[in-house]
Design a protein around this ligand. Structure first.
Ligand code: FE2
Length: 305
């Protein structure tokens, strides 16, 4: 296994994930926690190979909204705007074009995300952009950090829900109620400690973090805006450019991400969507062998020993 540092994380060469020993899988997992993200290069995988590897690497689970998932391999979430010959499409188009940590709006978020490209655009570059939120924690002005350190962030996917044909006839307020019914907002600590590396991380994103515990509405809005404005700058935003054969794996505790689709030069969203090139990505999300964060009691114990 050879590795090379990239803008964020490391490329991994000279392995075939179809034939890894237990020790090599462990090595890959350690590499992931140290690097936040790894890009395993030059893989040639069927859907079944991909699923098999996911079960060896962690504890994968299918996404809760089943229309996102591959009809024959429900573990695979398909992000695609490719139209099939019958005009229908596999999965859902234009997912994740905003800053988020995958499934942070769940009580027990999936920790690890894997992505594998199936179709890449011919003209524009296809990238995923990342922000390391432990770097943001370390650099955040103290007066901002003080205001969130002991609080929870509140998360929901409500503003990123994609309206479906069966929602026709509902008004937007009713759709929001329905989302909260199926997926009520959840609390996670605003600052978490990584259970493996012990690093502190701000666990929040502009896409999914909708509030802060124990603050009035205006304060919540102002603090969240200040944190995300601070994070979403060239100092922190890093990019991974996709190539066919890549398998990209990251730790959602550390990283927020946004899909780097090329945007057509227009403010009209319908026109911009119509001009987007075809892409298709296969995603699998999973838990690993550790909790989302080191429990406070454990952290105190570790400090004492
Ligand atoms: Fe995502």
């Amino acid at each position: 296994m050879k590795t090379k540092k990239i803008e964020i994380g490391s490329n991994v060469y000279d392995i075939d994930i179809k034939n890894l020993s237990q020790d090599e899988i462990k090595e890959l997992q350690e590499l992931l926690y140290q690097n936040r993200i790894i890009v395993v290069k030059n893989q040639s995988l069927t859907e079944q190979d991909y699923v098999d590897f996911a079960y060896k690497f962690g504890f994968p689970e299918a996404y809760l909204q089943s229309h996102y998932n591959h009809p024959d391999y429900p573990l695979i979430f398909v992000s695609s705007n490719v139209k099939k010959e019958d005009g229908r499409q596999l999965g859902v188009a234009r997912t994740g074009g905003y800053w988020h940590s995958d499934t942070a709006f769940e009580k027990e978020p999936k920790i690890i995300t894997m992505l594998m490209p199936k179709v890449l655009p011919k003209i524009s570059r296809r990238t995923t952009r990342f922000i390391d939120m432990s770097a943001v924690y370390n650099a955040l002005p103290a007066e901002l950090l003080e205001q969130i350190e002991e609080e929870d962030f509140i998360h929901s996917g409500r503003y990123r829900y994609k309206v479906r044909p069966e929602d026709a006839g509902l008004d937007i307020a009713e759709i929001l109620e329905l989302i909260d019914y199926y997926q009520p907002p959840v609390h996670h600590p605003a600052v978490i400690e990584h259970p493996v590396t012990g690093e502190k991380i701000i666990y929040g994103s502009r896409g999914f973090t909708i509030g802060i515990s124990n603050k009035d509405r205006e304060e919540q809005h102002n603090i969240l805006k200040s944190i995300f404005d601070f994070a979403e700058t060239n100092d922190f935003v890093k990019e991974v450019q996709w190539e066919m054969g890549d398998l990209i794996i990251w730790d959602n505790r550390f990283l927020v991400h946004s899909s780097g689709r090329a945007k057509a030069p227009t403010d009209n969203i319908h026109e911009a969507v119509a001009k987007e090139e075809e892409t298709m990505m296969y995603r699998i999300t999973m838990k690993d062998a550790h909790p989302l964060y080191a429990a406070k009691a454990e952290a105190v114990e570790a400090f004492a020993s």
